[in-house]
Design a protein around this ligand. Sequence first.
Ligand code: PEP
Ligand code: MG
Length: 763
Amino acid sequence: MLSKVLTILRKISKIIAENEDQATILDEIVKVLAKNLDSDVCSIYVYDDDKEHLALTATCGLNAELVGKVKLKPGEGITGTAFKSGEIINVANAETHPKFRFIKGSGEEKFKSFLAIPLTVSGRCVGVLNLQKINEEPFTPSITDVVRSVCTQIANLIISSKMLKVLADSDAARVEGPKRRKQVVIRGVSVNSGIAIGAAATYTKHDYFADIKIEKNHMPAKELLLFEHSLKTARKETSELGRKALALISEADASIFDVHILFLDDKTLLDAIRQKINDGYNVESSIKMVNDDYQQRFSRLQDQIFRDKAMDLKDILLRIIKILVSIRSGESRSDELIAEERQIVFTNELLPSDLFRMPIDRIAGIVCEKGGATAHVAILAKALNIPAILGAKDALANVRENDEVILDCHAENVYIRPAENVKNHFKDLIQLSSRESEADYSDEPAVMADGKELFLRGNISLISETSFLKRYGAKGIGLYRTEFLFMIREYMPAEDAQYQVYSKIFKEVKGDEVTIRVLDIGADKPLPYLNFSKEDNPVLGWRGIRVLLANKDLMKTQLRAILRAGVNGSLKILFPMISCVSEIIEARQVLAEVESELHAKDIPHSDNYKVGMMLEVPSVIFALDDFLQYVDYMSIGTNDLLQYTFAVDRGNEHVAGLFNPLHPSFLKMLRFITKSFIGRKDKSLTICGEMAANIYAAPFIVGAGISDLSMAPKSIPAVRKVLRAFTVRECEELLAKVSTLQNPEAAEWLVKESFAQKGLKSV
Ligand code: PEP
Ligand code: MG
């Protein structure tokens, strides 16, 4: 059956590739389905959101003249009933079904059996696919499964064709009334669930000052007044932003905002601007000239920190200009407005430190041109629970400041200036997704169908995320990425500052296990205050343990803070990016030194912690026993392991399609790893990469013998739900079947088939 699904999917893909017209595509698809599923009829009905009816859009076997003419209301006939209920209807004789409605002139009187399958994507039903046969017998479960498997692709196709229609409509509207700019839909990779609506706020490294033309003004007194007023508002806004950001990210250092305020109070800087205004320039030009002068002076300074300050200065001055522009254009900019406006941030790249240049509490969503699902901006978005779409090509070229934007993380679409009917569509979906999130709070135990207990833990990067642990039922923290604590500051956090943060985390988890990963810096996570030289291949370069061992002071400071904070907790220390045994030996030596120093000074610290290493470099896999002599546990970092195994940059949207943990080679590799742990009661194995949050990967992970999984807390309910439906034996059998497969689609289909048998929903 698997090969049948693959054959059909391949044929459908070919049809889509070879035809542009959506009607032709659906016509060809119904022909393929009827032929390959031994069916006498195959028809597709598509729901029209405006007219609120299902229209016969393609058929093979019924009278083709009725296409576009037969219309059914939701709930009308078998088709309308399947649409309304979202359930499959499979009957041996359609006429015996209470909702049967004969369609005159269709020629369907000779067909008895009837299978109606709703076409659903992300909980949204967009139409119905029907099969009919002359014989009076229900369709077999295997046929139903095959159709179900191809229905998602057809539903997606319908959604995109609907979108195209909306685009065409809004194009037409634009011709009639030129005021409204046309809607643009951009696709990307979603890294968080949810839908966000807000006003676009662009954030780029683009030099806005370059666009300001130097202009004179003959009313300096008025310009000065404007400047002073904007300055006052900027001060107020900046302290408000700082206060709110600190409430959300308590790891941040308040002094970051003090620097911003400092600029806004700097007499030399402000007087220079005032002087230009008095010389007859307008405010924008005056600010630009002073900024240019300062930037030049900053650029001559050697120290990177000072050069970074230039960026802060630019931001602050730009904030004044934005306020000024809105005053000039007569827009109100009351505090209430600022507080309420929800923003969708558009950016080409986002670093943690960038967040402090933004109104973080008002960010409803993030659209980033760079990056895939495991990029660090993705991890950050998850940490802050902000819906985000990454790898959104050309997003910045298509958006303007304050454009209305809808971000649909289910369908991975960004709608810029959405058309009216798109907006209406999302009103319903927002209600649906708020109902879905209610379901997240379930507190079912993480126990499989055969009683096997699982440990589902949380990956966190910020203290604020500890609140999600209980909410989604995480058993402690399986990965605390400490990078963000270092990245959102402009200098190295001192031992005590780190100790405060780690202690808070132990306090929040109340005795549950906390795995703290020692700083994994480098590659896509540089630190502004460590001198990273430019590398051709940073991902293969100076990162993780390599940086730590070259900076023992930094490493020791962090380990001291961790050991002190873990004094009464259940602590697991985790070393990143280990590729050679010598690295873990040296790391342990440093740890031992730190512990004995604390001991000698009588400083309270943990002495019964566990030590582990990330298993994320393939070289480790072939010497597992050697490494296991030096650690209590290993945690598989599938993000890097996949990146290094398949030679595919995890943050590069061009190769995101190759980054798939369901690839049979990868699943076989997983099985190979776990074999080394069999019978080793003294050693344990966990998994903490994104793969652990993938519902289709979950049965394979358990099948390989891993029962300790750590993931973004929000992903726990879905993974738990899936695994509660399986026994370990079933998971093992699934994994065993992978040995005959060659591509990830086949592995995914295999799991989806078992989901269908268990009544689990695929997404
Ligand atoms: C991983 O590589 O899978 C992992 C968990 O670490 P990070 O994503 O922080 O590199
Ligand atoms: Mg990693």
